[in-house]
Design a protein around this ligand. Structure first.
Ligand code: URA
Length: 434
């Protein structure tokens, strides 16, 4: 087989055979296909796409290039949750303990944040003492004891994806829907869960800005999961403003704790219940999503979700006192309120810009190797549709210094739009792909 022929076939819109996909994936990890040919092939995929069968073969082959976790020693049906990435998305911190409190074991690998989006591992590491690097046997012991355990991705999870992503990053091919779908699903498959609930974000703060693109990605990821023998659903959710109010690691942990106490922002609770309910349905614990949501809501009301969070933290070495006393979480030295210059209804937040601002304040990374500061970030006080008086506080900036806080204040003011009439209400959960 010659790579040049495979590039030509894809350029002409033909479907690769399973053997051709195998040749390409092996060529990536063995280094036998030069970068210029892989780059040309990625561009051909960008324009011609992939069939669900090709995408499934690619994701399965990629998953097999590194460590593949076997979760079968753990009892029950294991369901993983994945978000395509957004701003202020701390749903995993709410959903994982709630689903565990409902009796479904949660054993999960998560990533770190990059660019304008945050990562669950960074958020958890803002809890003093919390360890995200556990051996597999430590992770299993944690899940058996507390019902929930979460670790960072192992170094050797899907090496083919690491290599291909680095190439896509410099060849204008990251935005290819089949390449995104195979990249994400290869890592999910290698993580070993029996099923997946995929939160596909749409809007300014998401990777994909339009509903049509997000639907295509969701449909392809669901097809890959199902064709690989795993139960899979996707939830399309709006990311045209930060989810909840907090952006930044320790600030997001506080907000997740508030949500588990029943005192969190309505949108964060709504999406967490929607995702958690799908996990319970896939695990076979409930037949209907509405009943599953009611069950999870009851676990918030009873405090069992919060107590499970405490057991989770303690089991992974974190300070469980933060559950009752979130003041023990690290806090930025400079906290400055942002006062609105005018009165009006909030009609939009430049969400990607807020994510980038939080990154510049130190909460995220421009490059993978950058260090982060768990203390800093933003809290948006006013959401889309809220009325604001002139001089009223619309946000708080949590910064390392007064100078950084001042530049944060200016950036927040530039990111908000106000108008005399309220904007039309838009749903948070846009749809399901089942
Ligand atoms: N996230 C991934 O893991 N891969 C992509 O290609 C895009 C987003």
């Amino acid at each position: 087989m010659r790579m040049v022929d495979l590039i030509s076939r894809k350029r002409d819109g033909l479907e690769h055979t399973p053997e051709e996909i195998d040749f390409i994936v092996r060529g990536i990890v063995e280094g036998s296909i030069p970068d210029y040919q892989l780059a040309a092939w990625c561009m051909a995929v960008y324009f011609q796409g992939m069939t669900p069968r090709e995408a499934r073969d690619m994701a399965v082959k990629m998953a097999a290039t590194g460590d593949q976790v076997d979760l079968s020693p753990l009892p029950g049906v294991k369901i993983d949750k994945h978000s395509t990435g957004g701003v202020g998305d701390k749903t995993s911190l709410v959903v994982a303990p709630l689903v565990a409190a409902a009796g479904i074991p949660v054993c999960k690998m998560s990533g770190r944040g990059l660019g304008h989006t945050g990562g669950t591992i960074d958020k958890l590491e803002s809890i003093p003492g919390f360890r995200t690097e556990l051996s597999l046997s430590e992770l299993f012991a944690q899940v058996r004891k507390a019902g929930v355990g979460l670790v960072g991705q192992t170094g050797n999870l899907v090496p083919a994806d690491k290599q291909l992503y680095a190439l896509r990053d410099v060849t204008g091919t990251v935005a290819s829907i089949p390449l995104i779908a195979t990249s994400i699903m290869s890592k999910k498959l290698a993580g070993g869960a029996d099923g997946f609930v995929l939160d596909v974000k749409v809007g300014d703060g998401a990777f994909l800005k339009t509903k049509a693109e997000a639907e295509k990605l969701g449909e392809l990821m669901v097809a890959i999961g199902k064709n690989a023998g795993r139960k899979t659903v996707a939830v399309l959710s709006a990311m045209d403003q930060p989810l909840g109010k907090a952006i930044g690691n320790a600030l997001e942990v506080r907000e997740a704790l508030a949500t588990l106490r029943g005192e969190g922002p309505a949108d964060l609770e709504e999406l967490s219940l929607a995702l958690g309910a799908q996990m319970l349905v896939l695990a076979g614990a409930e037949e209907e999503a509405a009943e599953a949501k009611a069950k999870l809501k009851a676990l918030i009301t009873s405090g069992e979700g919060l107590r499970t969070f405490g057991r989770w933290i303690e089991g992974q070495g974190g300070d469980p006192r933060i559950v009752d006393d979130p003041q023990l979480l690290p806090l930025a030295p400079s906290v400055v309120g942002v006062k609105s210059l005018r009165a009006g209804y909030v009609t939009s937040w430049a969400t990607e810009e807020l994510g980038l601002l939080s990154m510049r304040l130190g909460a995220g990374r421009a490059r993978k190797e950058d260090p982060i500061d768990h203390r800093v970030g933003l809290v948006i006080e006013k959401k889309i549709g809220d009325w604001v008086e002139a001089g009223e506080e619309i946000a708080k900036v949590y910064a390392r210094s007064e100078a950084e806080a001042a530049s944060g204040v200016a950036a927040v003011l530039a990111a908000v739009q106000l108008a005399p009439t309220p904007p039309p209400k838009k749903p948070l959960v846009i749809g399901y792909i089942i």
